[in-house]
Structure formats: structure tokens, C-alpha cells
Design a protein around this ligand. Sequence first.
Ligand SMILES: [Zn+2]
Length: 323
Amino acid sequence: MCDTEMELSGETMTKKIVFIAGHMRGGSTLLSMLLGQQKGFFAAGELNRIWDGGFTNNELCTCGKPFKSCDFWNAVVENAFGGWDGVDAQEMQDLSKIVYPATKFPLLTVPSLRSTEYQEKVNRILDIWEKLYLAIFKISNSTVIVDSTKVSMYGILLTQIPNIDLYALHLNRHSCGVAYSKRKKRELPEVHWREEYMTTHSIVHSAYKWMMRNLSASSLKFSTPRYLHLRYETLAQRPKATISQLAEFIGETPPDLSFFNGNDKIVIKESHMFGGNPMRFQYHEKQIRLDDEWRIAMPLHQKASTFFLTWPLLLAYGYRGFP
Ligand SMILES: [Zn+2]
């Protein structure tokens, strides 16, 4: 393991990863973009996806260039691994299936249960991740990386990189909003060589996944003392106040809110996010508004099914009553 202290402007800074946990179509790209506008923050996107989407498939970075043609990611890979051939992306994809599927939760949280063979695989992943994240800190000249991977098992393992403080933001959105969104057909702009769409899901599948992903995200509070639960609806309705509160939670104060124009308009700068909602490709001025189209457009039987399949956790997260 290499030295993980970093000098920025002559000062030794603590390095932090803000890990967004939760489910798809839940607002994590919006949250990531907002956090990433602040000075000293870098929104990296969904870093669990760079091995297949980036290294293997060469999907688009948000700067508009394919991953392997992006100057930023070229510099990161050069710094971390000495070039594109310095790391085996297929090995990382294979290791991810062995080391952190949901079934490995006990081994991820209780290291004493691990076999020697499993521990060696964990060490291998952590070693590569450490090199990758340290290179991102360095090339982006930031002290906070925002990672919107969302997969909680990934986040639990990420807490085990030494000398990096992990802040877990558990983001959720009303289950009906998620289920409605997951039935919509949306194009994937990062797949630039053919027409491809986001996978759509049935109501039952979305409700089940919403429950499992949220329960799993809640478990992060046992892996890091720096855990916070946040609702997408709060973020979208009060973005400026929410980002200010989050900056305080992360210990980056005073918050840099200079990118806000008023309370709900933002000016987005060019970024190098990898993975996330297609909205990440939209630059310039952006009006933030709550996406609650589902309240009107979602058929009643779908709304009722989703609600009754997920109501215990809806109540636990403060969503009151049938919508
Ligand atoms: Zn880029």
C-alpha cells in the first residue's frame, strides 16, 4: 500500500469518498452532479462500471469522448497503472462476481470469517481500487470523490481501503416513482456505437429490488460511522439547502454554493463522470425540479401494487399515506 496522505496547496488534506448507496432511478446522478460542482469535489460517476463499460466497451465519458480517448481518464490510468495494459479489466470483473455479490455480506462485514483464499481476492481488489482512487484524487486535484455506484456491498468493501474516510449517503426515492421510471424506455447515450436502451422492469421486480437495495444500503451504517439517509424528494425540492447540509456532514465547510443561480438553478461545468442517468450529459444552466410525474401518469393499479409491496419501508423512510 502506498502513502495515502496528499499535499494540496502545501497542506495535508484528509481524503474522503462520498459513496451514494441506494437504487437505480433514485436521483443519485443529480446528487452526484450537485456535490461535484463544489470546489475540491470530483464526481466520478459509477466507478464499479469502469471495468466493463470503460476499459472493455469504451463507453462515453460525460466530456463527450469515449473513455479511452478522454484526457482525464488517460491521465488517471497512466498514474494508477502505468497505462491501459497495466491492469487486467477482465480480472476485476471476475473478482467482483466472487468477492462482493450480496451473498458475501457476512464475509464482507466480519473479516474473521474469511478464508485465506477469499482474503487474497479481497486484498487484490482493494489494492487496485486504492491505486485507482488515489490517482483520481491526484489528477482531479480534489479531496472528495463522489462515487454513485450505489451497490452497498461495493461500499462496504470500499470502507476497507486504509486512510480514506468514507461517507455513506443513503439516497432513496418513493418506490412508486422508481417503479414508474423503470417502466419507461430510455436511450443510453454512452453506448455510442449502436442504439441501446435502459432495461425496463415489471412493477413486482422494481418493488422487490427497491426493498432489497434500501435494506442493503441501511446496512452501511454498521460499516462506517459516517452514514446519512436522504430522500430524493428533499434534494429536488430544496437543493441548495440540502447541498449546504451535506457539505457540513462531509466536513467541507463553508459550502461552495457559487454554482447555484438562485435556489434551484445551477450552472454545470464540464465533467468526467462515468456511468449514471443520461441527464449527466446535459451541461450549462439547469433548472432543478422534482420529478413526480408518476403521481399523475402512473396507472392506479400499478401505484397500488407498488405501495402495498413496499409500505413498511416507505413508512420507515418517512413517506406517509397512500399517494
Ligand atoms: Zn472525460
